[in-house]
Design a protein around this ligand. Sequence first.
Ligand code: SF4
Length: 324
Amino acid sequence: MNKTFYKPNIIISKCLNFDNCRFNGDMINDNFLKKLWDFVNYIPVCPEVAIWLGTPRMPLRLVNVDNETRLLQPSSKSDLTDEMDYFSETFLKTQKEIDWFIMKNRSPSCGIKDVKVYDKVDSYSINNKYSSWIFGNKLYEMFPNIPTEDEWRLKNFRLREEFLSKIFCLAEFREINKTKKISDLSDFQAKNKYLFMFYSPSIQVLLWQIVASYNKENSNEIYNYYFKELIKLFNTKTNIWKMVNTLTHIFWYFKDTCSIEEKQFFLETIGVYREWRIPTSSVMSILKTWALRDKKEYILIQTILNPFPKDLVELIDSWRILEL
Ligand code: SF4
């Protein structure tokens, strides 16, 4: 069954594969983000170049000045806070239909968290404060419901896998959000049932209730409410047990059609999976094969079995093996 994947729109720090715009004239080569080029719409931005600092340039840092965090350039003692603030607001105001932000880890301008704040412009002592600032803060302020990620966290294969599932799901939601139809929303909810269960069974149920309360007069309100809860769901922490629970729920669809040996094989595979010795897709393949054999349409449409384009599945799995 061929599935259409909508391209997620992602704002990304420009120094991640796009331009040699780091303060020292470097660019960061990130293979994973590069592989996504054909599958997403990237919108690269370098806030420091955008405020005319040029490349190469002397580095910037966040400094505590009279209990206020400011963006300073130690070499010139310039305070660039207002310029960065103005740029961030102006740039972000022009952005529409964004699904995700990927920002450079720990950058004083792009960082979304864990950015060091120094005590003084010319000292190395840290103000015991880690923060996001200016551009990062503006993202949170102007796009409170749009998820953010830094490239460093995406080096973890599990986070990468979840990230991919989420961005393609959100891109599809953005499309159906344009129609505001109940049929689109209920189809979306139905096919994401097990993906949502993996994140949070309780929010998954709440999403069904939101769909059930739809009527033509409240379609805008319902879509907005649904989206907020969807983001809340995707922000829920996951673990291997949650995935095992979800896979086991799907497994029960085949309790009457599988032989004792097949059931035994599945349970053994789940045991190996629990120890992270095989990827999630190996377990999914078994369930998918049974769903095809038994013509279980409701299972075949589930996004959890096919959450992102196949070419990325290979990439994820091969990296996973390398990391084990
Ligand atoms: S981290 Fe942000 S400001 Fe710094 S070089 Fe990269 S894109 Fe530019």
